[in-house]
Unconditional design. Structure first.
Length: 367
């Protein structure tokens, strides 16, 4: 407990310097800090254990990580805070409101995204929960990667005026749809053979669950971007209110789904309620909070979604030879999507993607 308190004390200012670095767009430096901090934790724990530290080695590792993380972030941020024993009540009130919104939203999200597991475990048993949990974790993998991108999105949005936020958000939503729509579609196509191949034939029941939850996972990406936008608009309380309002609806839908359709019923409830329904709510709430027309935001994702839907329809229609189906379907799907998207956008989206790649390579070369 003493070492834990010490690590919290050492790292007390690291969060503030992290926020400064995010606003300064120093994401490479943040990655360096995280890397060295983790290395310090492992190295400190290993060194202490080598000299007979026993279980105290883990505590030493945590303190070493906090120390390295705090010192590096203080150095990289270059910002020196002015401390005062007399706090500004207005600033404290704003901070409390912001933290309450973020904390309330996170708690509600945790309930919404774990109540399905609780429902299945209590009503349908551990075997059903195992199939569902595997399907859920696999479907959500791309969304976990998106959480890192959202740090960049928040940093950019927080420094834009209202018009700039709208333009950037439309571009971010379009890029998410362009890149992630084919990823989830390929996952939908290859799931029937790749899940049994990797995990064994015993897990074949997870395939249909995985394909259903993909709808929620794809919609969750949009909600993550829109939720970040609400925070950048200084509306974290709105984000929390939406997520808490969804709690009784989601819990009731999970119970109803489990009662009527078993594990697949719960998966369908997740896709429809927490996927489609919650996504629509977030779209409306974001536009209302910012005073934007929802048509502008929806327009940015229409083309990628229409194109991938058409590509999926054609892919499932083409009569592939049975022994080549598993290999040809994902390849043809991606080719159809890329060609159709290039034609429908008149070359705009491929040019945009190439521009982003060139800019990234240029920045990487300069660094």
């Amino acid at each position: 407990m003493l070492f834990q308190r010490l690590s919290f004390l050492i790292g007390a200012g690291a969060g503030s310097h992290t926020a400064v670095m995010q606003r300064q767009m120093k994401f490479k430096e943040l990655a360096i800090c995280d890397g060295f901090a983790n290395f310090a934790r492992v190295g400190g724990a290993t060194f202490c254990a080598f000299f007979g530290g026993g279980v105290w080695s883990f505590a030493v590792g945590e303190v070493a990580m906090a120390l390295v993380d705090s010192l590096l972030k203080r150095s990289f941020s270059g910002y020196r805070f002015a401390y005062s024993f007399k706090l500004d009540p207005v600033a404290v009130g704003e901070v409390r409101k912001f933290i309450a919104g973020i904390l309330g939203s996170n708690v509600a999200v945790a309930i919404n995204t774990n109540a399905d597991n609780l429902t299945i475990g209590r009503l349908l048993g551990t075997q059903a929960l195992g199939y569902y949990n595997l399907a859920y974790q696999l479907a959500m993998m791309p969304v976990y990667a998106l959480s890192q991108v959202n740090r960049v999105i928040f940093s950019v949005l927080s420094q834009q005026d209202n018009e700039g936020k709208k333009v950037y958000l439309c571009r971010a939503l379009e890029m998410y749809a362009v890149l992630f729509a084919p990823i989830y579609s390929v996952a939908l196509v290859v799931a029937p053979w790749i899940i049994p191949l990797v995990y064994g034939r015993a897990w074949v029941d997870a395939v249909s669950l995985f394909q259903i939850i993909l709808i929620f996972a794809y919609a969750r990406g949009f909600m993550a971007i829109l939720g970040t936008t609400l925070t950048a608009l200084d509306k974290p309380v709105t984000n929390a209110v939406i997520n808490w309002a969804l709690v009784p609806i989601s819990v009731a839908s999970y119970f109803l789904g489990a009662t009527l359709g078993g594990t697949q019923g719960v998966a369908i409830a997740v896709a429809l309620v927490m996927g489609v329904g919650a996504s629509i709510w977030f779209w409306l709430a974001t536009c209302r909070a910012a005073g934007w027309k929802i048509e502008l935001l929806i327009q940015s994702i229409l083309l990628p979604n229409f194109t991938i839907s058409l590509a999926l329809l054609l892919t499932f229609t083409i009569p592939f030879p049975e022994h080549l189906r598993a290999y040809m379907q994902p390849v043809i799907l991606v080719l159809l999507y890329a060609v159709a998207l290039s034609i429908f956008s008149k070359g705009r989206i491929p040019s945009l993607l190439m521009g982003i790649v060139k800019l990234s390579l240029k920045k990487g070369g300069n660094q």
